[in-house]
Write a protein that binds this ligand. Sequence first.
Ligand SMILES: C[S@@+](CC[C@H](N)C(=O)[O-])C[C@H]1O[C@@H](n2cnc3c(N)ncnc32)[C@H](O)[C@@H]1O
Length: 359
Amino acid sequence: MPDLLTNRPTAVYARWTMCSSPTGVVEDPSTLFPHDRAELHPSLLAPVGELQMVHSFEHTPVLRDEVVSLFASAPAGVIVDATVGGGGHSAALLDAYAHFSVVGLDRDTVALAAARERLARFGDRVTLVHAPFSSLGDVVPGPVSGVLFDLGVSSPQLDSSERGFSYRLGGTIDMRMDQTSGATAGQLVNELPEGALASLFRENGEGRLSGRIARAVVAARPLTSTTQLSEVVAAAVPAAVRRKGHPARRVFQALRIEVNDELGQLAAGLPLALARLVPGGVCAVISYHSGEDRLAKQVLREAATGGCTCPPDLPCVCGAVIRYRLLFQGARKASAAEVAENHRAESARLRAIVRLDVP
Ligand SMILES: C[S@@+](CC[C@H](N)C(=O)[O-])C[C@H]1O[C@@H](n2cnc3c(N)ncnc32)[C@H](O)[C@@H]1O
């Protein structure tokens, strides 16, 4: 379909006919979700032959049962899994509810290949898309019954040394979720001016040691491996700080947030998701660092108040229309039992909202 390939934006759209072909095939978008209201953007259709196969992709979905129960009341239709990863949450939702199909997005082609294998048994109830969720509006222009964001990185991304996400493993300083585009963390640490590096570390959580760490990084250039970066950071901070945990952890996280524009993605993607929900449709967000959770809280709160600017103890006179309701106050955390099984659940914060039947 050459005409479709010529005008291809950042997304690569594939409809997997599970089991029929090892690489999947693309079908006419008119055959997708014939009973659903979601429409797929035809210009995004393209083969995804470059997806790599993965043979082990171990990622335990966090807060899985809580997520499944949140979508219990959502009407039949399409659920967008905006961060499909290995497909754990999607599989749980498809198993629990026969009336849902899933459009799964991910920036990572390795994750998509894993999701394809894991979700193969659901056949045409699953569509996978190589796209950042900031392009959700183009990828799924029609209304949907739900959207799930399980943010951050997956265990396989963190545990693959060559991806460069881990300060514990030696690898190249990459950290891109989408390895097909964008600047690597190595480019940032080797090319940014010291002041810009210090701001990057400060804004993404490193606090008062940012300047010191940035200075040490600049002095050690060129940095070629994660081990080297990790050692430079460790040597730059006082011993008392080192005793509280590896100082490179937050620096690596700060670089990862920047490389993948994690906050910009959420700021763009979450409002798009809310705008797509049908009445009764649910949006759930699981975040793993405070910057993400703060942003999710702010966007969901604003939606749930309709942007009302009136004092909370007085009747609304500003004309705000409330179209969403928070499903619960605050953020839910994983139970102690789940954290004991899966330490990555410890930092997870779940927030959720439902679209009301208000025009
Ligand atoms: C925590 S994992 C999701 C795991 C998934 N829920 C599961 O059960 O297997 C997060 C995934 O989101 C992807 N991701 C992160 N930010 C993204 C973005 N802005 N757009 C699309 N995918 C993104 C990552 O590549 C990763 O595969």
